[in-house]
Design a protein around this ligand. Structure first.
Ligand SMILES: [Fe+2]
Length: 383
């Protein structure tokens, strides 16, 4: 019986749409569940105004309010939360210097995406150097400390705090094989360093110049400081399958089809309970002249969608620059801007790097997020 087809429609989704129509995907469970494609005679984003709280939103993370200073001696600073729900919190980190303490998050896994800057991350497991475009996945309970490179004053990290364990989709790749998206061989892991290496490891004093080392543990959002008379990062070896990892977005190899536009779920990079993290990287456009080359309209009824724009030319989003976030809540349409539909005709590949999150449950914007909002974003489809 299914799929049914009524009136004018395309037998193959995203290909050879009926003349003059706009395809709208009405689907369940992200891109995994039951779905119908509706062929409209007008773009579903062609509204004249929206009254009420549900609308596409955009936040310029570079203009978020400064962190509340909890400690005068902390140039690393507090992360500023701008979107959250009970599964995750999205935060901006703008360090002006190294952490004068070690950090341990007992609330969740920390995924840092290095939008700008570079430096060294010390962990229980050993150090990892980081640079622009790196994902640093730090399991809950790891003790760590960031030392941003002093010759790169412009540092900006996106922090995704996940209240469930971050996992790598290896089995989920199924028929694609283990080399798809990224081979585990390109994932870097830390090794313990000899005691004399690192700026603090062999030092007789801690980060604050005192003969003690502080570990700040975050539990239920509150900090507890534990002090040691020795450097607690004194591990000389480790074994197991849990450790911090590093993956650069440049090493992400997207899955694509030259004949049909694939949904963003094919770009899933990390999995957590009730949300996924995806990477958008440059890829060729669909070559088949009948295949859609821009994302279809949809109302993403079961997932909120968040995109952090890292680098490149964000062809499908008019008015969006690097460092901005778009948030498309469940239930209201989004899709390509009218200018994007024309612009892709002369392009052969996308030129954008972005981090996307799909969250099963609705997100909430904080007061800090509201202060950095572009309030007219929901009207940008009519520009
Ligand atoms: Fe979408």
């Amino acid at each position: 019986m299914f799929p049914l087809g009524k009136g004018e429609y395309s037998r193959q989704a995203h290909v050879a749409l009926p003349e003059g129509t706009f395809e709208d995907e009405h689907g369940r469970e992200g891109f995994y569940g039951r779905v119908s494609h509706l062929y409209h005679t007008h773009p579903p984003t062609g509204w004249t105004r929206i009254e009420g709280p549900l609308k596409p939103r955009a936040i310029n993370c570079l203009t978020l309010p400064g962190a509340e200073v909890l400690r005068k001696d902390d140039p690393f600073g507090e992360a500023v939360t701008f979107l959250f729900n009970s599964d995750l919190a999205l935060k901006a980190v703008r360090p002006a210097g190294p952490m004068p303490y070690y950090m341990r998050n007992a609330d969740g896994d920390d995924v840092y995406f290095i939008h700008k800057g570079a430096g060294n991350l010390e962990t229980d497991y050993g150090p990892l150097n980081y640079e622009r475009g790196d994902y640093l996945v730090i399991p809950r309970g790891t003790t760590y400390r960031f030392t941003p490179a002093s010759n790169e004053p412009d540092q900006f990290y996106l922090l995704i705090e996940s209240f469930s364990e971050i996992k790598i989709p290896v089995k989920e790749r199924g028929m694609l094989g283990v080399g798809a998206q990224y081979d585990m061989g390109v994932v870097e892991t830390p090794s313990p360093e000899p005691a004399e290496a690192g700026d603090l490891a062999g030092s007789k004093t801690g980060p604050q110049g005192e003969p003690e080392w502080e570990v700040r543990i975050k539990r239920e959002g509150e900090y507890t400081s534990v002090f040691y008379p020795f450097n607690p990062l004194d591990v000389v070896g480790w074994k197991g399958d849990l450790c911090p990892i590093k993956l650069n977005i440049r090493d992400y190899r997207p899955v694509m089809s030259h004949r049909v536009h694939l949904p963003p779920s094919v770009h899933t990079t990390f999995l957590a309970n009730n949300f996924v993290i995806c990477s958008f990287v440059p890829r060729p456009f669909e070559a088949d002249p009948e295949a859609m080359r821009v994302p279809f309209f949809h109302r993403n009824i079961d997932y909120d969608e968040v995109l952090f724009y890292h680098d490149g030319n964000f062809f499908s989003r008019h008015g969006i620059d690097a460092g901005m976030v778009t948030w498309h809540p469940q239930g209201i349409h989004h899709g390509p801007h009218p200018k994007a539909i024309g612009a892709v005709k002369n392009k052969v590949e996308t030129d954008e790097y972005a981090v996307m999150l799909d969250t099963r449950y609705p997100l909430h914007l904080t007061e800090a997020g509201k202060a950095a909002e572009w309030p007219e974003y929901h009207m940008s489809w009519s520009l």
